[in-house]
Write a protein that binds this ligand. Structure first.
Ligand code: HAM
Length: 432
């Protein structure tokens, strides 16, 4: 009995991992196409690293004492006993792939990627355990011109997607040495105040993350803490000043947020986040910064780097708010067939049409049915035309074409009877 109950229980998706259904795909395609087009126009090339990497890669790059590595990774032993991890982000993989394939030998390399990432976080609106990112990384440039170009490109994403009210927050973390000095000052300050449990735990391991605490009881302590920007080394200071003037020249607004520290350890100098207030607490839609030391740390030749990644689900949620009716990719023609041998006739015509007009979307009525039920399905499919193939049409080597939806071009309501060639001529008049 128990076995039966277990067997009949429906299996659901893993918590925090969701299906992206056909009705949502127009948004996804629109977003992915727009972003890809812009990335290519800035000379980025796509890379597709595997979804699984050796655990050590993430531990060494993101940092042993970050939330991601400490408690959010999907880590498992594979059959050889190697510790592997489902990637929680794409930067580490890009660095590994770049070193392994000798990509950084070339002076400058602009790479981009998209795909799912995995983090075992507490799921909520805008925060998932499998989520999609589109990210971009640039290797080989130390100067702030690339920081400015990257930020300008992300601003272009929002503008092209018609997304408003996304605000840029900017900070500089300085050099690794400057951060060490700051860290000492911060620990010194924090040790003199009462901290919540989480912050006490982080005091020695990762004190900068305490500045990110959302606990209201911690806010007064955080407000009074020393500010990283006051500890910047001269070179980082100059880098930051130039970046700010380049952004001003490009008319890009930003807000300096001295408490922006990011949750991954590899950053230095510029860090930024694009945030919206329209998505509740998960408002960061894009985040990134410089990580000049990472390539060398992972075993490559010293190579400066900068990049960012966007949370696609969050951007889609914004798109859905702005654009109420997505253009679903309905078929142009639904093919109905009734009568002996009409199925092979229909298949032949559809293949002929696909050769002649490759942009055309055709949906064959598979699975039979009466003329009435097929016509109902044709209507439901959202197609512009129903093609009617009966024995009569087949014997005359013709097709019947009936309009299901009227547009300016389909004023005639009568059914058209056309030869195969006439059909191609007729359909080629339309825009696909
Ligand atoms: P990140 O801030 O961890 O940075 O993630 C980037 C973006 O991914 C976030 O701003 C957010 O939009 C989205 N995101 C993160 N976690 C989730 C989640 N659980 N559910 C939904 N969306 C999420 C990175 O991943 C760095 N690799 C970015 C980077 C590239 N820095 C330099 N290069």
């Amino acid at each position: 009995m128990l076995a039966l109950t277990i067997m009949s229980k429906t299996i659901q998706a893993v918590r925090g991992m969701k299906d992206i259904l056909p009705a949502q795909m127009p948004y996804w395609h629109h977003l992915e196409d727009t972003i890809r087009h812009i990335l290519e126009s800035y000379a980025y090339q796509e890379i597709r690293p595997p979804l699984v990497e050796k655990t050590e890669l993430f531990a060494r790059s993101i940092g042993e004492v970050t939330d991601i590595v400490e408690k959010e990774m999907y880590t498992f032993a594979d059959r050889n006993g190697d510790s592997l991890t489902l990637r929680p982000e794409g930067t580490a993989s890009c660095v590994r792939a770049g070193i392994e394939n000798g990509l950084f030998q070339k002076q400058i390399h602009r790479l981009w990627y998209k795909g799912p990432m995995f983090r075992h976080e507490r799921p909520q609106k805008g925060r998932y355990r499998q989520f999609y990112q589109i990210g971009a990384e640039v290797y080989g440039v130390t100067t702030p011109d690339i920081d400015a170009e990257i930020i300008a490109m992300t601003a272009r994403f929002w503008q092209q997607l018609g997304l408003k009210n996304i605000v840029l927050q900017l900070n500089s973390l300085g050099s690794i040495e400057a951060r060490k000095t700051y860290r000492e000052a911060l620990v010194n300050y924090l040790s003199q105040h009462s901290l919540d449990e989480d912050s006490q735990r982080r005091l020695q391991s990762n004190p900068l993350r305490i500045l990110d605490s959302k606990n209201p009881d911690m806010q007064t302590v955080i407000q009074g803490a020393p500010v990283l920007l006051d500890y910047l080394d001269e070179v980082s200071q100059a880098h930051f000043e130039t970046l700010k003037s380049l952004l001003a020249a490009l008319d890009i607004d930003y807000k300096i947020n001295p408490r922006l520290v990011r949750g991954l350890d590899y950053y230095n100098r510029t860090v930024f986040e694009w945030m919206t207030t329209e998505l509740g607490s998960q408002g960061t839609v894009c985040a990134g910064g410089r990580y000049d030391g990472l390539v060398e740390q992972i075993g490559g030749r010293a190579t400066p780097a900068i990049g960012f990644a966007m949370g696609i689900e969050r951007l889609i949620a914004l798109l859905e708010q702005y654009q109420k009716t997505p253009s679903v990719q309905n078929p142009h023609i639904y093919i109905t067939m009734v009568g002996d041998n009409t199925i092979s006739y229909g298949l032949r015509i559809s293949e002929f049409l696909r050769n002649a007009l490759p942009q055309l979307r055709l949906e064959m009525n598979c699975g039979g049915g009466s003329f009435k039920s097929q016509f109902k399905r044709a209507d439901k499919s959202g197609a512009q035309f129903a093609m009617i193939l009966g024995e009569d049409e087949m014997n005359k080597q013709q097709v019947g074409l009936k309009f299901l939806r009227q547009t300016e071009q389909t004023q005639t309501k009568e059914q058209l009877n056309l030869s195969w060639d006439e059909l191609v001529n007729y359909l080629s008049e339309f825009q696909y």
